[in-house]
Structures are given as C-alpha cells and as structure tokens.
Design a protein around this ligand. Structure first.
Ligand SMILES: C[S@@+](CC[C@H](N)C(=O)[O-])C[C@H]1O[C@@H](n2cnc3c(N)ncnc32)[C@H](O)[C@@H]1O
Length: 249
C-alpha cells in the first residue's frame, strides 16, 4: 500500500486524498508524507478515531490531515469535505474474507458522492484465490462432530445449536501456526474491480466465482459433513489467509 500510494501521489499529482477507515491514521500519514497537500481521514469507530487523533498529533500531522470521526457513507460534499473533491481514495477496509467490512457500499458511495469524477482508488482491485487443504485442527474449531455434539459436560446439544458454529462463514488464521497438508493447486476464484472503473458493476454484491482445482495429494477435506470442506483463500493484498466453509464440495 505504501509504495502504491507514494507512486500515485508522486506520479499522478494527486493533491487531495481521502482515506476511508483510517484506523491508526497510517495511510493518511503516508499520503501526506508523499506530498498530498490535504488528506481527509475518515474513521467510523469512536475508539479508533481517538487513536487516530492522538497518532496524528504525535506525528505532527494534524495540520495536513483532517480527521472526520464518522462513517464515510454519512459524509457529503461540500458540507463535510470541501470542493475541490479528493482525486485519490485510499482505503484498507478489507477483512480477512475480503468483503466482510461492508467495503462495497462504502466504496460505491465514496466514488459516487465524495471522489472527483475519474478519481483513482488504492486498492483498485482484489483477487480471491482458493486452495483445498487438510487441517484437522482448524476443522475442529468450526465443526462439532457427531461425538462432540452429543456430549458437552454431560448435556446433549441439538443439531440447531451446532449449526451456529457451522454457519460462521470464515475465520482468519496464519497457516504457519497449523500443521496442514495442501491437497490441490490454487486458483483465482473471484476478481473484483474496486475503483468503479468498470461502471461500478463489481461494487454491487452478487458476483460469483468458480474454479476447478487439480488434486495434488491424497487427503481428506470433508469428514462428518460430506457437503463441506475447508477452502483456503488468500487476499491479493498478500498478507491474510483465511478459511471458509464451502458448502458446494
Ligand atoms: C482494518 S482497519 C484500517 C486500518 C488502517 N488502515 C490502519 O492503517 O490503521 C479498518 C477501519 O475502517 C473503519 N471503517 C470501515 N468502514 C468504514 C467507513 N465506511 N467509514 C469510516 N470508517 C470505516 C473501521 O472502523 C476500522 O477502524
């Protein structure tokens, strides 16, 4: 992100930057240091907004970075962000499952209502990559097997209660911490444009992906739940690994 923001500001001449979900304020400070004259740092969580304010103060950035403690979707131009509008939007509101932090509605609103027409976005796109692995330890965290389900401190749990666990869509783990075996090759399953330059169609929920994976090793990716297996996804930003329960395998 740092290299991309620096390149965009130095090469693209962006003077005003919008940072949605500023968190600690890091991306805003990177943008200001790279040469942006004005940065609007937006943070919807009051606790995180206080942290950002203090971080900006300690780094002597408060004069160049304007902190807006609000959800970006509640902001308007020119009431909250004056004209001329920002020409560069930076955002790191991607969760480990990519879209769980309501990134699509936030970006859709920002591109339409806050960013200058034709403005740029970082990140501009994302790819989800899938691969099947065998990892009994992680599977136990998500699925109560028949044996576990019927004996919890001497009490039986109904399958409905067990389903609450199963319905957890995904979690984020560092694979290096879990012994696991790779069972298939990896393939991109979904590619999304996040900059609206496809006409915004990828910012509307509903896009589906599929991939055919080639088995590279024998192993088990399903056990007591024959229609479920773990799927490893890797965010194209590089650093996050997460597991989802795929109900189609
Ligand atoms: C993963 S953190 C961002 C980390 C940040 N880039 C940093 O370097 O510290 C995501 C943050 O975005 C905020 N957020 C998510 N969607 C938002 C929105 N639409 N408007 C304002 N804040 C938002 C969350 O409250 C959270 O603090």
């Amino acid at each position: 992100m740092q290299a991309a923001i620096q390149a965009a500001i130095k090469g693209g001449g962006h003077k005003t930057v919008l940072d949605i979900g500023t968190g600690t304020g890091l991306l805003s400070m990177i943008a200001a240091t790279a040469g942006a004259k004005r940065v609007f740092a937006v943070e919807g969580s009051p606790v995180m907004a206080r942290i950002a304010a203090e971080t900006l103060r300690r780094n002597k950035m408060a004069g160049r970075v304007a902190l807006l403690g609000a959800l970006s979707t509640s902001l308007r131009v020119p009431q909250d962000i004056p004209e001329p509008r920002p020409t560069l939007l930076v955002s790191e509101i991607l969760d480990s499952g990519l879209l769980g932090e309501r990134v699509l509605p936030s970006l859709r609103h920002a591109i339409k209502h806050l960013l200058a027409p034709g403005g740029c976005c970082i990140p501009a796109a994302a790819t989800v990559i899938v691969q099947c692995i065998e990892c009994p330890q992680l599977r136990r965290q998500h699925v109560l097997s028949g044996d576990h389900a019927s004996d919890h401190a001497g009490f039986g749990l109904t399958q409905d209660v067990v389903r609450l666990w199963v319905d957890e869509p995904y979690t984020c783990e560092q694979l290096a911490n879990f012994p696991h075996r790779v069972l298939t090759d990896s393939k991109p399953i979904l590619h999304l444009r996040l900059d609206g330059k496809d006409g915004g169609t990828d910012l509307v929920p509903g896009k589906k992906g599929s991939a055919t994976l080639r088995a590279t090793s024998t192993g088990t990716s399903c056990s007591s739940h024959p229609r479920q297996c773990y799927v490893l996804t890797e965010c194209s930003l590089g650093c996050l690994f997460c597991f989802g329960l795929c109900r189609n395998h």
